[in-house]
Design a protein around this ligand. Sequence first.
Ligand SMILES: Nc1nc2c(ncn2[C@@H]2O[C@H](COP(=O)(O)OP(=O)(O)OP(=O)(O)O)[C@@H](O)[C@H]2O)c(=O)[nH]1
Length: 198
Amino acid sequence: MMGRGLIVLCGGQSRRMGRDKALMPVGGRPVIERVLHRLQGWGDPLVVTNRPEAYRHLEVPLIGDRFPGKGPLAGIHAGLAHSRHRVNLVVACDMPFVSRALADLLFAHLAGDDASVPRLGDRPHPLFAVYTKECLGPLEMSLEAGDLSVIRFLRRIRTRFVEREAIAAVADPRLALFNMNEPADYCRACRMNGGEEA
Ligand SMILES: Nc1nc2c(ncn2[C@@H]2O[C@H](COP(=O)(O)OP(=O)(O)OP(=O)(O)O)[C@@H](O)[C@H]2O)c(=O)[nH]1
């Protein structure tokens, strides 16, 4: 099938932040709305959440985890299982500066592999990455085995890593892969937004 999917993971607990990260405003707009806006048109959107009532206003299809409480790996699984498309960008809801150019770059590097994942030094960033439906079998194996590490999952599939130099040619890696985990990150995001359009 032609076309691509855009899977936004929004099923986390935001324990470190203490409130729902996705709904915190940066540049006057909730982070999840920024993510959807910046990537609008890249693929058919799906939001994976176990709290649909909090996101219904987004007017985007909402789906639940098939392995609830199992973290981002379960979110990737639910998104890929529901998506109509073989190729999907998976993105966390807590990344206010996501880059469409980086999404395009990851897609261009996918070639015949199962996933295309940015990496800065030795640190992969699997929550802004392209995955194909071929990942579903290995995802189920990981989840059924109780191995919830996304990094270890990447070793079970054919993962293409896209390195800093290539990333930097299309986006500021520090911004494009920035995510908010705790209140200090939120303060940083609001400061960083000073040099960014809203
Ligand atoms: N669908 C789904 N998404 C999840 C799940 N856990 C985390 N996520 C998402 O994955 C991304 C990264 O989440 P984390 O920051 O590691 O976890 P979190 O639960 O949101 O936050 P903490 O409670 O502070 O760890 C965010 O977009 C989360 O919404 C889950 O169980 N299901």
